[in-house]
Design a protein around this ligand. Structure first.
Ligand code: GRF
Length: 199
């Protein structure tokens, strides 16, 4: 199966997918990596793995709609079976969702619907929850609002800082993402109406 991964930052989730797909038995390959900005580690990781990359910055287009259409067109060139947002910090628009909404997943570093947005671990720590985690979900038009596929929990420890909690979540998050994508492909799971069907 063909994966296109979208990134905006460090790309550690991308790296986990690249590492997993180095084994042909995994069943999925990262065929392209897209970003909304240049100069990020995620693009370097793709290049190091010999995976083609493209950058579509919002500001390179006259309107947000133009950007949305261009991103959808770039992704479509690689004919993905699944598109993975892995730390991609842009909300896609209606054209992208029309093309890929049935196979566009995102991973978020909090247990949704708690703590959506870009500071999941920080917000969880500030609230004082004792369990944190990561959520894999189908992307819709909202911020971290789409149908949930899977969640994984980790404890919040008394001496946690934002960094230590973030790192604990990311370890579990990467494993969850790699496992879901692999099982989807190898076990013939299908997606209908943003719901996973297990044969
Ligand atoms: C992930 O923890 C994801 O949940 C959040 O941003 C982080 C991206 O990390 N949205 P990376 O770029 O995959 O290292």
């Amino acid at each position: 199966a063909r994966l296109v991964v979208l990134v905006s930052g460090s790309g550690s989730n991308l790296q986990a997918l690249l590492d997993a797909s180095a084994d042909p038995a995994y069943g999925a390959q990262v065929v392209a990596v897209g970003a909304d900005r240049d100069g990020i580690a995620g693009l370097d990781r793709a290049a190091a793995a010999g995976v083609p990359t493209f950058v579509d910055a919002v500001k390179a287009y006259e309107t947000r709609d133009d950007w949305d259409a261009a991103l959808a067109a770039h992704v479509a060139e690689f004919k993905p079976d699944l598109v993975v947002s892995a730390g991609f910090l842009k909300l896609v628009g209606p054209q992208f969702l029309a093309a890929f909404g049935d196979r566009y997943i995102n991973t978020h570093n909090a247990l949704l619907p708690s703590f959506p947005g870009i500071h999941g671990p920080r917000d969880a720590l500030a609230y004082g929850v004792k369990i944190a985690g990561a959520t894999l979900f189908f992307v819709d038009a909202g911020v971290d609002t789409g149908p949930i596929i899977a969640q994984v929990a980790v404890p919040v420890l008394d001496d946690d800082t934002e960094d230590t909690l973030t790192e604990r979540i990311k370890v579990a998050e990467r494993a969850q993402l790699v496992e879901f994508v692999g099982r989807l492909v190898r076990e013939g799971w299908t997606i209908q109406n943003r719901k996973v069907r297990i044969p």
